[in-house]
Write a protein that binds this ligand. Sequence first.
Ligand SMILES: NC(=O)c1ccc[n+]([C@@H]2O[C@H](COP(=O)([O-])OP(=O)(O)OC[C@H]3O[C@@H](n4cnc5c(N)ncnc54)[C@H](OP(=O)(O)O)[C@@H]3O)[C@@H](O)[C@H]2O)c1
Length: 300
Amino acid sequence: MAAPLFLRYPNFHTLLLNSTAPKSLSLVNFANMEASEITEQVEDKTREQEDLNVKKKKIFVAGATGSTGKRIVEQLLKKGFSVKAGVRDLDKARASLSSNNPSLQFVKADVTEGSDKLAEAIGDDSDAVVCATGFRPGWDLLAPWKVCHFDNVSTFFQVDNFGTVNLVEACRKRNVNRFILISSILVNGAAMGQLLNPAYIFLNVFGLTLVAKLQAEQYIRKSGINYTIIRPGGLKNDPPSGNVVMEPEDTLSEGSISRDQVAEVAVEALVYPEASYKVVEIVARPDAPKRSYHDLFGSI
Ligand SMILES: NC(=O)c1ccc[n+]([C@@H]2O[C@H](COP(=O)([O-])OP(=O)(O)OC[C@H]3O[C@@H](n4cnc5c(N)ncnc54)[C@H](OP(=O)(O)O)[C@@H]3O)[C@@H](O)[C@H]2O)c1
Protein backbone atom coordinates (compact mmCIF):
# COMPACT_ATOMS: atom_id res chain seq x y z
CA MET A 1 0.00 0.00 0.00
CA ALA A 2 1.36 3.43 -0.90
CA ALA A 3 2.47 5.56 2.01
CA PRO A 4 0.11 8.41 2.93
CA LEU A 5 1.02 11.74 1.42
CA PHE A 6 0.60 14.98 3.37
CA LEU A 7 -0.23 18.03 1.33
CA ARG A 8 -0.04 21.47 2.82
CA TYR A 9 -1.94 24.19 1.03
CA PRO A 10 -1.58 27.84 2.16
CA ASN A 11 -4.37 28.92 4.54
CA PHE A 12 -6.06 25.52 4.62
CA HIS A 13 -6.00 22.53 6.95
CA THR A 14 -3.64 19.67 6.35
CA LEU A 15 -5.16 17.08 4.06
CA LEU A 16 -4.30 13.45 4.40
CA LEU A 17 -4.37 11.84 0.99
CA ASN A 18 -3.54 8.31 0.09
CA SER A 19 -3.91 6.00 -2.86
CA THR A 20 -7.49 5.16 -1.86
CA ALA A 21 -8.59 8.82 -1.80
CA PRO A 22 -11.56 9.57 -4.04
CA LYS A 23 -10.69 10.87 -7.47
CA SER A 24 -11.98 14.34 -6.62
CA LEU A 25 -9.29 14.58 -3.95
CA SER A 26 -6.39 13.42 -6.12
CA LEU A 27 -3.26 15.54 -6.52
CA VAL A 28 -4.01 16.41 -10.16
CA ASN A 29 -7.52 17.67 -9.44
CA PHE A 30 -6.37 19.51 -6.32
CA ALA A 31 -4.22 21.86 -8.44
CA ASN A 32 -7.21 22.77 -10.63
CA MET A 33 -9.66 23.39 -7.81
CA GLU A 34 -11.12 26.72 -6.74
CA ALA A 35 -10.37 27.82 -3.15
CA SER A 36 -14.08 27.46 -2.23
CA GLU A 37 -14.14 23.86 -3.46
CA ILE A 38 -11.05 23.05 -1.39
CA THR A 39 -12.61 24.64 1.70
CA GLU A 40 -15.77 22.62 1.17
CA GLN A 41 -13.79 19.39 0.85
CA VAL A 42 -11.75 20.18 3.95
CA GLU A 43 -14.99 20.79 5.83
CA ASP A 44 -16.40 17.51 4.48
CA LYS A 45 -13.26 15.71 5.67
CA THR A 46 -13.55 17.32 9.13
CA ARG A 47 -17.20 16.29 9.32
CA GLU A 48 -16.30 12.75 8.22
CA GLN A 49 -13.64 12.64 10.96
CA GLU A 50 -16.17 13.86 13.54
CA ASP A 51 -18.63 11.20 12.37
CA LEU A 52 -15.90 8.58 12.71
CA ASN A 53 -15.27 9.73 16.29
CA VAL A 54 -18.96 9.23 17.06
CA LYS A 55 -19.93 6.13 15.09
CA LYS A 56 -20.76 3.04 17.10
CA LYS A 57 -19.28 4.51 20.28
CA LYS A 58 -21.07 3.67 23.49
CA ILE A 59 -20.77 6.16 26.32
CA PHE A 60 -21.45 5.32 29.96
CA VAL A 61 -23.03 8.32 31.73
CA ALA A 62 -22.95 8.32 35.53
CA GLY A 63 -25.58 10.58 37.08
CA ALA A 64 -27.77 10.24 33.99
CA THR A 65 -30.93 11.25 35.88
CA GLY A 66 -29.41 14.56 37.01
CA SER A 67 -30.29 17.92 35.49
CA THR A 68 -27.04 18.02 33.52
CA GLY A 69 -26.64 14.23 33.11
CA LYS A 70 -30.04 13.98 31.46
CA ARG A 71 -29.09 16.65 28.94
CA ILE A 72 -25.79 14.88 28.25
CA VAL A 73 -27.66 11.63 27.51
CA GLU A 74 -30.11 13.41 25.19
CA GLN A 75 -27.36 15.23 23.29
CA LEU A 76 -25.22 12.10 22.95
CA LEU A 77 -28.15 10.21 21.43
CA LYS A 78 -28.91 13.11 19.09
CA LYS A 79 -25.30 13.11 17.93
CA GLY A 80 -25.36 9.38 17.10
CA PHE A 81 -23.67 7.87 20.14
CA SER A 82 -25.11 4.91 22.01
CA VAL A 83 -25.58 5.50 25.72
CA LYS A 84 -25.43 3.32 28.80
CA ALA A 85 -27.13 5.40 31.47
CA GLY A 86 -25.77 4.62 34.93
CA VAL A 87 -28.52 5.40 37.44
CA ARG A 88 -29.45 4.72 41.05
CA ASP A 89 -33.16 4.31 40.37
CA LEU A 90 -34.14 2.47 37.18
CA ASP A 91 -37.84 3.43 37.38
CA LYS A 92 -37.02 7.10 37.83
CA ALA A 93 -34.61 6.88 34.88
CA ARG A 94 -37.17 5.23 32.59
CA ALA A 95 -39.69 7.91 33.52
CA SER A 96 -37.35 10.85 32.94
CA LEU A 97 -35.48 9.66 29.83
CA SER A 98 -37.09 8.36 26.63
CA SER A 99 -36.82 4.64 27.30
CA ASN A 100 -37.92 3.44 23.87
CA ASN A 101 -34.72 4.53 22.10
CA PRO A 102 -32.80 1.37 21.07
CA SER A 103 -29.49 3.24 21.48
CA LEU A 104 -30.24 3.88 25.15
CA GLN A 105 -29.69 1.29 27.85
CA PHE A 106 -30.14 1.65 31.62
CA VAL A 107 -27.93 0.06 34.26
CA LYS A 108 -27.92 0.38 38.01
CA ALA A 109 -24.86 2.28 39.21
CA ASP A 110 -24.34 3.88 42.59
CA VAL A 111 -20.86 5.40 42.62
CA THR A 112 -20.49 4.81 46.36
CA GLU A 113 -20.77 1.05 45.97
CA GLY A 114 -17.18 0.47 44.88
CA SER A 115 -15.28 0.01 41.64
CA ASP A 116 -16.09 -3.69 41.10
CA LYS A 117 -19.82 -3.07 40.87
CA LEU A 118 -19.22 -0.04 38.68
CA ALA A 119 -16.92 -2.03 36.39
CA GLU A 120 -19.74 -4.55 36.01
CA ALA A 121 -22.13 -1.74 35.08
CA ILE A 122 -19.69 -0.18 32.60
CA GLY A 123 -19.20 -3.60 31.04
CA ASP A 124 -16.85 -4.39 28.19
CA ASP A 125 -18.76 -2.39 25.60
CA SER A 126 -18.31 1.18 26.85
CA ASP A 127 -15.78 3.37 25.05
CA ALA A 128 -15.83 6.32 27.44
CA VAL A 129 -17.30 7.44 30.75
CA VAL A 130 -18.93 10.78 31.48
CA CYS A 131 -19.36 11.60 35.17
CA ALA A 132 -22.17 14.06 35.89
CA THR A 133 -22.85 12.96 39.45
CA GLY A 134 -23.12 15.33 42.36
CA PHE A 135 -24.15 14.86 45.95
CA ARG A 136 -27.82 15.72 46.47
CA PRO A 137 -28.44 16.86 50.03
CA GLY A 138 -31.52 15.27 51.55
CA TRP A 139 -33.47 16.23 54.65
CA ASP A 140 -30.73 14.98 56.96
CA LEU A 141 -28.88 18.25 57.52
CA LEU A 142 -26.01 16.47 59.25
CA ALA A 143 -25.43 14.18 56.27
CA PRO A 144 -22.49 16.07 54.77
CA TRP A 145 -20.52 15.79 58.00
CA LYS A 146 -21.17 12.14 58.65
CA VAL A 147 -18.10 10.00 58.20
CA CYS A 148 -18.18 7.54 55.29
CA HIS A 149 -19.13 3.92 55.88
CA PHE A 150 -20.88 4.58 59.21
CA ASP A 151 -24.23 4.28 57.51
CA ASN A 152 -25.75 4.51 54.10
CA VAL A 153 -25.85 8.27 53.99
CA SER A 154 -24.02 9.54 50.95
CA THR A 155 -21.82 12.44 51.92
CA PHE A 156 -20.32 14.94 49.52
CA PHE A 157 -17.02 13.13 49.85
CA GLN A 158 -18.54 9.76 49.16
CA VAL A 159 -20.06 10.98 45.91
CA ASP A 160 -17.92 13.87 44.66
CA ASN A 161 -14.56 12.44 45.68
CA PHE A 162 -14.59 8.68 46.41
CA GLY A 163 -17.45 8.06 43.98
CA THR A 164 -15.52 9.62 41.11
CA VAL A 165 -12.37 7.78 42.16
CA ASN A 166 -14.39 4.53 42.08
CA LEU A 167 -15.48 5.33 38.54
CA VAL A 168 -11.89 5.94 37.43
CA GLU A 169 -10.84 2.64 39.00
CA ALA A 170 -13.73 0.89 37.26
CA CYS A 171 -12.52 2.36 33.95
CA ARG A 172 -9.07 0.93 34.62
CA LYS A 173 -10.58 -2.48 35.28
CA ARG A 174 -12.43 -2.29 31.96
CA ASN A 175 -9.62 -0.67 29.94
CA VAL A 176 -11.79 2.37 29.26
CA ASN A 177 -9.38 5.16 28.47
CA ARG A 178 -11.58 8.24 28.11
CA PHE A 179 -13.12 10.10 31.04
CA ILE A 180 -15.11 13.32 31.09
CA LEU A 181 -15.83 14.88 34.48
CA ILE A 182 -18.28 17.66 35.24
CA SER A 183 -16.58 19.52 38.07
CA SER A 184 -16.90 23.21 38.98
CA ILE A 185 -15.12 26.53 38.73
CA LEU A 186 -13.43 27.58 41.97
CA VAL A 187 -12.51 24.01 42.97
CA ASN A 188 -9.01 25.35 43.43
CA GLY A 189 -10.28 28.60 44.91
CA ALA A 190 -7.86 28.51 47.84
CA ALA A 191 -4.84 28.47 45.51
CA MET A 192 -6.47 31.19 43.37
CA GLY A 193 -6.73 33.56 46.34
CA GLN A 194 -10.52 33.14 46.32
CA LEU A 195 -10.89 31.93 49.91
CA LEU A 196 -13.25 34.83 50.62
CA ASN A 197 -15.28 34.42 47.44
CA PRO A 198 -18.87 33.90 48.72
CA ALA A 199 -19.40 31.01 46.28
CA TYR A 200 -16.27 29.26 47.55
CA ILE A 201 -17.30 29.74 51.17
CA PHE A 202 -20.93 28.70 50.54
CA LEU A 203 -20.10 25.50 48.67
CA ASN A 204 -17.44 24.42 51.13
CA VAL A 205 -19.59 25.14 54.17
CA PHE A 206 -22.06 22.61 52.78
CA GLY A 207 -19.70 19.68 53.06
CA LEU A 208 -16.45 20.81 51.44
CA THR A 209 -17.91 20.13 48.00
CA LEU A 210 -15.18 21.94 46.13
CA VAL A 211 -12.41 20.28 48.14
CA ALA A 212 -13.97 16.88 47.39
CA LYS A 213 -14.16 17.67 43.68
CA LEU A 214 -10.59 18.96 43.56
CA GLN A 215 -9.29 15.74 45.12
CA ALA A 216 -11.18 13.68 42.56
CA GLU A 217 -9.73 15.83 39.77
CA GLN A 218 -6.22 15.24 41.10
CA TYR A 219 -6.82 11.51 41.16
CA ILE A 220 -7.99 11.51 37.53
CA ARG A 221 -5.03 13.58 36.41
CA LYS A 222 -2.58 11.14 38.00
CA SER A 223 -4.41 8.06 36.73
CA GLY A 224 -2.99 8.17 33.21
CA ILE A 225 -6.48 8.00 31.74
CA ASN A 226 -7.30 10.44 28.91
CA TYR A 227 -9.42 13.02 30.71
CA THR A 228 -11.31 16.21 30.07
CA ILE A 229 -12.29 17.97 33.26
CA ILE A 230 -15.04 20.49 32.64
CA ARG A 231 -15.45 23.16 35.30
CA PRO A 232 -18.66 25.12 34.70
CA GLY A 233 -19.77 28.27 36.49
CA GLY A 234 -23.19 28.41 38.18
CA LEU A 235 -25.63 26.09 36.37
CA LYS A 236 -28.92 27.32 34.93
CA ASN A 237 -31.83 25.33 33.53
CA ASP A 238 -32.70 28.16 31.11
CA PRO A 239 -31.72 27.81 27.47
CA PRO A 240 -28.37 29.39 26.50
CA SER A 241 -28.34 33.18 26.66
CA GLY A 242 -24.82 33.76 25.40
CA ASN A 243 -21.85 32.05 23.79
CA VAL A 244 -19.49 29.69 25.56
CA VAL A 245 -16.34 31.22 27.03
CA MET A 246 -13.64 28.60 27.68
CA GLU A 247 -10.60 29.31 29.82
CA PRO A 248 -7.75 27.25 31.30
CA GLU A 249 -7.84 25.94 34.86
CA ASP A 250 -7.95 28.36 37.81
CA THR A 251 -8.96 31.33 35.69
CA LEU A 252 -12.69 31.97 36.21
CA SER A 253 -14.10 32.94 39.58
CA GLU A 254 -17.62 34.01 38.58
CA GLY A 255 -20.24 33.56 35.89
CA SER A 256 -22.96 31.12 34.94
CA ILE A 257 -23.92 28.85 32.08
CA SER A 258 -26.92 26.91 30.83
CA ARG A 259 -26.88 23.18 31.56
CA ASP A 260 -27.61 22.68 27.84
CA GLN A 261 -24.24 24.23 27.03
CA VAL A 262 -22.42 22.21 29.68
CA ALA A 263 -23.88 19.07 28.12
CA GLU A 264 -22.81 20.26 24.68
CA VAL A 265 -19.23 20.85 25.87
CA ALA A 266 -19.14 17.35 27.41
CA VAL A 267 -20.35 15.75 24.17
CA GLU A 268 -18.03 17.78 21.96
CA ALA A 269 -15.10 16.83 24.21
CA LEU A 270 -15.71 13.25 23.06
CA VAL A 271 -15.58 14.34 19.43
CA TYR A 272 -12.54 16.64 19.39
CA PRO A 273 -9.10 15.20 20.18
CA GLU A 274 -8.04 18.75 21.16
CA ALA A 275 -10.00 18.22 24.39
CA SER A 276 -7.73 15.41 25.58
CA TYR A 277 -5.85 15.74 28.86
CA LYS A 278 -7.31 19.17 29.55
CA VAL A 279 -9.05 21.07 32.31
CA VAL A 280 -11.42 23.67 30.89
CA GLU A 281 -13.44 26.29 32.74
CA ILE A 282 -16.65 27.45 31.09
CA VAL A 283 -19.26 30.17 31.50
CA ALA A 284 -21.50 31.88 28.95
CA ARG A 285 -21.48 35.56 28.07
CA PRO A 286 -23.83 37.38 25.68
CA ASP A 287 -21.00 39.55 24.34
CA ALA A 288 -18.62 36.64 23.71
CA PRO A 289 -17.96 35.70 20.08
CA LYS A 290 -19.31 32.37 18.80
CA ARG A 291 -16.36 30.00 18.40
CA SER A 292 -16.13 26.44 17.13
CA TYR A 293 -15.30 23.67 19.62
CA HIS A 294 -12.21 22.87 17.57
CA ASP A 295 -11.08 26.43 18.27
CA LEU A 296 -12.23 26.51 21.92
CA PHE A 297 -10.55 23.25 22.98
CA GLY A 298 -7.55 24.00 20.77
CA SER A 299 -6.98 27.30 22.58
CA ILE A 300 -6.53 25.67 26.02
N1 LIG B 1 -25.40 23.72 40.74
C1 LIG B 1 -24.45 24.47 40.26
O1 LIG B 1 -24.59 25.71 40.08
C2 LIG B 1 -23.14 23.83 39.86
C3 LIG B 1 -22.10 24.64 39.42
C4 LIG B 1 -20.91 24.05 38.98
C5 LIG B 1 -20.79 22.67 39.00
N2 LIG B 1 -21.82 21.90 39.47
C6 LIG B 1 -21.63 20.43 39.43
O2 LIG B 1 -22.14 19.97 38.19
C7 LIG B 1 -22.55 18.59 38.32
C8 LIG B 1 -23.98 18.44 37.80
O3 LIG B 1 -24.82 19.28 38.55
P1 LIG B 1 -26.44 19.15 38.47
O4 LIG B 1 -26.98 20.28 39.27
O5 LIG B 1 -26.86 18.99 37.06
O6 LIG B 1 -26.63 17.77 39.23
P2 LIG B 1 -27.96 17.15 39.85
O7 LIG B 1 -29.15 17.56 39.08
O8 LIG B 1 -27.98 17.40 41.32
O9 LIG B 1 -27.73 15.59 39.58
C9 LIG B 1 -26.82 14.86 40.32
C10 LIG B 1 -26.83 13.45 39.80
O10 LIG B 1 -25.93 12.69 40.57
C11 LIG B 1 -26.57 11.48 40.91
N3 LIG B 1 -26.03 10.90 42.13
C12 LIG B 1 -26.02 11.41 43.38
N4 LIG B 1 -25.46 10.54 44.23
C13 LIG B 1 -25.12 9.45 43.49
C14 LIG B 1 -24.53 8.21 43.77
N5 LIG B 1 -24.17 7.86 45.03
N6 LIG B 1 -24.32 7.32 42.76
C15 LIG B 1 -24.69 7.62 41.51
N7 LIG B 1 -25.28 8.78 41.15
C16 LIG B 1 -25.48 9.68 42.14
C17 LIG B 1 -28.03 11.84 41.09
O11 LIG B 1 -28.82 10.68 41.01
P3 LIG B 1 -30.35 10.64 41.51
O12 LIG B 1 -31.14 11.21 40.35
O13 LIG B 1 -30.60 9.21 41.74
O14 LIG B 1 -30.45 11.50 42.74
C18 LIG B 1 -28.20 12.76 39.89
O15 LIG B 1 -28.40 11.99 38.74
C19 LIG B 1 -22.42 18.27 39.81
O16 LIG B 1 -21.20 17.62 40.02
C20 LIG B 1 -22.40 19.65 40.46
O17 LIG B 1 -21.74 19.63 41.70
C21 LIG B 1 -22.98 22.45 39.90
